[in-house]
Design a protein around this ligand. Structure first.
Ligand code: AMP
Length: 585
C-alpha cells in the first residue's frame, strides 16, 4: 500500500480532536486494508516504529533531524532552525521546505508503508563510529524520496511526536468497529458526533475482547490481524508470549481500612506495601527477563534477581509480578526506593553496584503459569500457585507478607507492623478478582497514611535570571485527563538544588529537559511531556489560571519518577478527589 494513503488519514485525524470522529476515520480505513498490510498500518497510525514493550529506539533527536532536513531540502541549518522556532514542529518545516524544492525537481516514485517502516527500523541497526552521519544520510534519502506531506509525517514518526492525538482507546474501538461493526450494531452519527448502539452489552463484549487481546500482547497489530482473519475466535485465541512484557495492574488509593473493605469485599487480603521498584519477571526455562512498570528491560542491571529466580522458582514457564526492595547490608533493614533507583539506568560496574545495593524480591502475583496466562483466574487461586512454586529465601526472593481477614483491628495491627518494618503501608486485594493489565480498577488498592505527593509531568519550563540564567529554573506541571490530554496544574520553582552533590539539581534537570525542547518562546520553552516528577504541595485550590481548573499552593519538586511514563501520572479525577477530601477536613 502506498504511504500517501496513510498520510491522507493522518491529515483527516489531525483536522479533528473529536474522539468518535477519529475512531470512525480509522475504522473505515482499516476495513479497506489487506491482511498483509494491516499490522504495519495499525502500527504506523499509532505513530510507532516498534510495538510497545520492544526496547529498540531510533535514536534521532531534533538536532539531528534538523541536519537531515537540511541535506534533503538543500536549505541551510540556520534557515531550518529559524523556521522551527516559528512553527515549533520540524514536520511542518520539512513539509514547507521539501515542497519548495519539489517544485523545482520532477516527481518521485511512490513510497509504500512497508518501505517506510523498513527504512525507519533500519536506523536502529546503525551503530558505532560515524553512525550519526549515516543516520542523517538515510533519513535525508527517505525525505528526498517522499512527497512534502509524506515527509511531514515521516519526520514526526521519527521524532515520536505525531500530533494527531490518537490514544490507545481510540485504536481499540476502531478495531472493534472495523471488524465487528455490523455484529455489534454500532453506527456513527457524523452530524451529531455520537454513536448509536442497539445493545450495549453486545458492544462491550466485542470492545472487551479487543482490549483483552491487546492487554496480553501490548501490540494492536496482531490484534487487528486476528480480528480480521478469524473474528471473535481469533481474538480469544490470542495468548501472551513469555518474554514480551504486558502492562502491570495499577492500584487505587483508599483513605482507610473500611474503604479498603468496601472496594475489595470481606474478607480481603492485605499485603505489605514495599517501597521498591515494580518488577515483572518472565522466566522461560533458564532464560529470565526483568521489566519495569514502564516495560523497560532491566535484566542486565539486576543479575542477582535473575539468579534467585532461576534458583528458587520451581516452574519452567512463568511470569511473576513483584516488588524489588533495597536493603542495607549492614542492618538488613529495608531502604527507601531512592537508594536503589540508580541501579535502573546503570550500564557499568553492575555487579559491584548489585553487591553494594542488593535487593530482595517480594513476589505478590502471577500472570502466566506453564506458558498460559492466568489473568482471569481469581486472585486467591493465583496466590495458591505462587505459594506452591516459590521456595522462599530471605533477602533473595520471598512472597509479599500477607494476611486474609475481615477484621479491621487485625488489619490495623498488620498496618503498624508494615510501617515498623520500614514499608509504606498496605495493599488491599480482592480475593476473587482477575488481573487487569494497565487498569486502575480497584482490584488492588493502596493504603498509606500521609498525604501523597502528586506525580506530574513537566510540560514547559523557563530559563532563570541572574546566576540561574544557564538553568531551566521554573517548571510548568501537568496532570492527565481520561482522554490522555495533559492539563496544567501549576508552576514549581523550588525543591531543586544548586549543586549536584546535594540532590536533584537545576543543572541536572536542565540537561534532561534540553533534549525535549519542542519550541522556545522568549524565556519559556515548550517541552515534550516525558519527564515525570513527584510534587509535594500544601493545598489544592480551584483556579481559572490553569487548564485543569486547579492550582497547587506551594508546589515543590521532589524526586524524578524515572519508573513512570507520562501516561501513568496523577489524573485529573485524582486531583478532584484530593481536593474534595481536603474540603471535608
Ligand atoms: P503507587 O506507586 O503508590 O501507585 O503504589 C502501587 C505500587 O506499589 C505498585 O506499582 C508496586 O510497585 C508497589 N507495591 C509494593 N508492594 C506491593 C504489593 N504487595 N502488591 C502490589 N504492589 C505493591
Amino acid at each position: 500500500m502506498h504511504y500517501s494513503r496513510l498520510v491522507e488519514v493522518y491529515e483527516k485525524l489531525e483536522a479533528t480532536t473529536k474522539r468518535l470522529a477519529q475512531t470512525h476515520i480509522i475504522s473505515e480505513f482499516l476495513k479497506t486494508i489487506s491482511s498483509e498490510d494491516l499490522g504495519t498500518t495499525v502500527l504506523l497510525i499509532e505513530g510507532r516504529v516498534f510495538p510497545r514493550g520492544d526496547q529498540r529506539e531510533i535514536g534521532i533527536a531534533s538536532k539531528m533531524m534538523l541536519k537531515a532536513i537540511s541535506v534533503a531540502s538543500g536549505e541551510s541549518k540556520e534557515r531550518i532552525n529559524s523556521e522551527w522556532k516559528k512553527t515549533g514542529d520540524l514536520g511542518t518545516v520539512s513539509y514547507n521546505l521539501i515542497k519548495k524544492k519539489k517544485q523545482a525537481t520532477l516527481g518521485s516514485s511512490e513510497l509504500t508503508i512497508k518501505k517506510v517502516l523498513k527504512n525507519l527500523r533500519g536506523l536502529v541497526t546503525i551503530e558505532g563510529l560515524g553512525s550519526v552521519d549515516k543516520k542523517i544520510q538515510l533519513v535525508a534519502e527517505l525525505l528526498t524520496s517522499a512527497k512534502p506531506s509524506e515527509a511531514k509525517y515521516i519526520v514526526r514518526t521519527i521524532l515520536d511526536d505525531m500530533r494527531i492525538g490518537v490514544g490507545e482507546g481510540t485504536i481499540r474501538d476502531s478495531i472493534a468497529w472495523a471488524f465487528f461493526g455490523s455484529k455489534m450494531d454500532v453506527r456513527y452519527n457524523k452530524d451529531e458526533n455520537k454513536i448509536e448502539i442497539e445493545d450495549r452489552e453486545k458492544y462491550n463484549k466485542y470492545v472487551g475482547a479487543v482490549q483483552r487481546a491487546y492487554d496480553l500482547t501490548n501490540d494492536f497489530a496482531p490484534v487487528a490481524e486476528a480480528a480480521k482473519k478469524h473474528g471473535m475466535k481469533g481474538l480469544e485465541e490470542i495468548e501472551m508470549e513469555i518474554g514480551i512484557p504486558i502492562k502491570v495492574m495499577l492500584a487505587l488509593k483508599v483513605e482507610d481500612i473500611s474503604e479498603g473493605f468496601k472496594r475489595c469485599g470481606k474478607p480481603a487480603e492485605f499485603e505489605f506495601k514495599y517501597d521498591g521498584m515494580r518488577m515483572q519477571i518472565h522466566k522461560d526455562d533458564n532464560k529470565v527477563k526483568i521489566f519495569t512498570r514502564r516495560l523497560e528491560n532491566v535484566t542486565e542491571q539486576f543479575p542477582e534477581v535473575v539468579e534467585s529466580v532461576k534458583k528458587h522458582v520451581g516452574e519452567k514457564k512463568v511470569v511473576l509480578d513483584s516488588e524489588a526492595v533495597g536493603f542495607s547490608k549492614k542492618t538488613g533493614k529495608y531502604l527507601p526506593f531512592q537508594n536503589i533507583s540508580q541501579r535502573i539506568k546503570r550500564k557499568y560496574d553492575i555487579h559491584k553496584l548489585a553487591s553494594e545495593l542488593p535487593v530482595e524480591l517480594n513476589v505478590f502475583d502471577i500472570i502466566n503459569y506453564k506458558g498460559k496466562s492466568v489473568v482471569n483466574m481469581p486472585f486467591v487461586d493465583r496466590k495458591k500457585i505462587l505459594k506452591k512454586i516459590i521456595k522462599e529465601d530471605k533477602k533473595s526472593i520471598v512472597l509479599a507478607k500477607s494476611i486474609t481477614t475481615d477484621d479491621e483491628k487485625i488489619v490495623q495491627k498488620f498496618y503498624n507492623d508494615a510501617i515498623d518494618a520500614g514499608n509504606e503501608g498496605l495493599m488491599v486485594k480482592k480475593l476473587d478478582a482477575p488481573y487487569k493489565p494497565g487498569a486502575r480498577v480497584g482490584f488492588m488498592c493502596k493504603l498509606k497514611s500521609e498525604q501523597e505527593p502528586l506525580d506530574l509531568v513537566i510540560v514547559k519550563a523557563e530559563w532563570g535570571e541572574g546566576k540561574r540564567s544557564k538553568w531551566l529554573s521554573s517548571f510548568t506541571l501537568a496532570c492527565i485527563d481520561e482522554e490522555g490530554k495533559f492539563l496544567e496544574v501549576g508552576k514549581a520553582s523550588t525543591g531543586l538544588k544548586e549543586k549536584r552533590e546535594e540532590g536533584l539539581s537545576f543543572d541536572e534537570m536542565t540537561v534532561i529537559l534540553k533534549k525535549l525542547i519542542k519550541k522556545e518562546e522568549g524565556k519559556e520553552v515548550i517541552l515534550k511531556p516525558k519527564i515525570v516528577i513527584e510534587v509535594g504541595y500544601e493545598e489544592i485550590q480551584k483556579s481559572p489560571t490553569y487548564g485543569s481548573g486547579y492550582a497547587l499552593r506551594f508546589p515543590r519538586v521532589g524526586k524524578l519518577r524515572e519508573d513512570k511514563s507520562a501516561e501513568e501520572i496523577t489524573t485529573l479525577s485524582m486531583i478532584e478527589t484530593a481536593y474534595n477530601k481536603q474540603k471535608k477536613k
